[in-house]
Design a protein around this ligand. Structure first.
Ligand SMILES: NC(=O)C1=CN([C@@H]2O[C@H](COP(=O)(O)OP(=O)(O)OC[C@H]3O[C@@H](n4cnc5c(N)ncnc54)[C@H](OP(=O)(O)O)[C@@H]3O)[C@@H](O)[C@H]2O)C=CC1
Ligand SMILES: CC(=O)N[C@@H](CCC(=O)OP(=O)(O)O)C(=O)O
Length: 343
């Protein structure tokens, strides 16, 4: 028997990716799809990528009642809008993986600093588990509410945490330079995302302090116990999906850093450490749930680490399904693509 699943925000980019993953999953099945401005339409009329019987499902409103048998809900809604749906699902005793930022922080004060709004349901913070799977799997396994990490923080924290834990990094601000494909900004219409604004162009945005800087600092410390300052600069690129993050690091014994990362991730299905000197590309992970990490040693005390994820998979829907697998005691890798769609 497959576990019935609801996807709220099914008409967005991460929602569409969740449909693809859940419909192909051996133990989950789609029982309910909901949207906002597109509610009331056939899924297939809004989502050109949808085939089979899924295309004929009628999209419910995001706040419509769920079928009684739904055990797991993915909320792929904008932050602030997600919190109310999450609260309702938790009240009804369902498990939730929230892809928004609403439950990623440990306090309402940090959320307010990062997102500039008061949190509507701070009472749920205590039970929310930050689902960076490779570092949180025991807590995720026992959770009813998992806050799926942001895409930029995922690509930053995976290479950083083992080095922080080993105490090899200098006590200086870490430069985090990231590039994202345009799907990272979601599907809603914005002037900044028009073809002529994005095509043939690369731009930095979100300065002086993008909201993910708080998430990176909070969870770098949360997982390693070491306080960290990041200087984070995101850029948007004219490609559909993919994220490349370059960390400029200083510290001690860089010659040992590859071994530290290898020890942390050698048994992880979705983290691939490349040989020293080899660097990853977004094409190499596009369509895959992997995070690829490469390291280049500049000297005994300086190194550059590059990590790549697909922002819609390991950065969103893929990690969300990885978390859901853990919450239901399934094989963590079930239903998740290991290989990229390459070329
Ligand atoms: N895109 C990415 O790479 C990543 C996104 N995230 C987070 O995941 C969440 C979903 O992102 P993404 O799929 O890109 O977003 P999209 O903008 O592509 O989709 C948003 C979805 O939410 C619905 N929606 C919009 N406004 C409201 C509202 N006020 N109330 C209820 N539902 C609403 C939309 O419905 P309709 O189409 O009917 O209007 C749509 O289904 C966001 O919180 C985002 O920050 C996290 C990591 C990476
Ligand atoms: C390219 C681009 O615009 N990316 C988005 C990241 C989206 C995201 O994951 O934001 P949440 O933390 O709200 O979930 C941005 O920088 O706002």
């Amino acid at each position: 028997m497959k576990i019935p699943v609801a996807i709220l925000g099914a008409t967005g980019y991460t929602g569409a990716e969740l449909i693809r993953l859940i419909d192909g999953h051996p133990r989950f099945r789609i029982a309910h799809l909901a949207a906002h401005s597109q509610a009331g339409k056939r899924a297939g009329s809004v989502l050109p990528g949808c085939g089979g019987h899924i295309a004929d499902i009628m999209l419910a409103a995001a706040d419509a009642p769920l079928p009684d048998d739904v055990e797991l809900v993915f909320t792929a809604l904008p932050h602030a809008a997600a919190a109310a749906s999450v609260a309702a699902c938790i009240r009804q005793g369902r498990k939730v993986v929230d892809l928004s930022a609403d439950f990623r922080h440990q306090t309402a004060a940090v959320y307010q600093q990062a997102y500039g709004i008061e949190h509507p349901h701070p009472e749920l913070f205590e039970q929310a588990v930050y689902g960076l799977c490779e570092h949180a799997r025991e807590r995720v396994a026992g959770a009813s509410l998992v806050a799926n990490p942001g895409c930029y923080p995922t690509s930053t924290l995976l290479p950083l945490i083992p080095l922080l834990k080993a105490g090899v990094l200098a006590d200086a601000a870490i430069i985090v330079d990231s590039k994202s494909g345009t799907s990272g900004a979601g599907r809603s219409a914005k002037t900044d995302l028009l073809y002529c604004e994005i095509n043939e162009s690369v731009k930095a945005y979100g300065l002086p302090r993008h909201r993910h800087a708080w998430e990176m600092e909070e969870w770098a410390e949360g997982f390693s116990g070491k306080q960290v300052r990041v200087r984070f600069v995101p850029h948007i690129l004219p490609m559909n999906r993919g994220m490349l993050t370059t960390l400029h690091l200083s510290g001690q014994d860089t010659g040992n850093w590859h071994a530290l990362l290898a020890a942390a991730y050698q048994h992880e299905p979705f983290v691939r450490l490349l040989p020293v000197g080899e660097l990853p590309s977004t094409a190499g992970v596009s369509g895959s749930n992997r995070c690829d990490i490469g390291i280049s040693l500049l000297s005994d005390n300086e190194a550059v680490i590059v990590s790549c994820i697909d922002n819609l998979l390991k950065g969103a829907a893929g990690q969300a399904v990885q978390n859901a697998n853990l919450m239901f005691g399934l094989d963590e890798a079930m239903g998740l693509p290991l290989h990229a769609c390459w070329p």
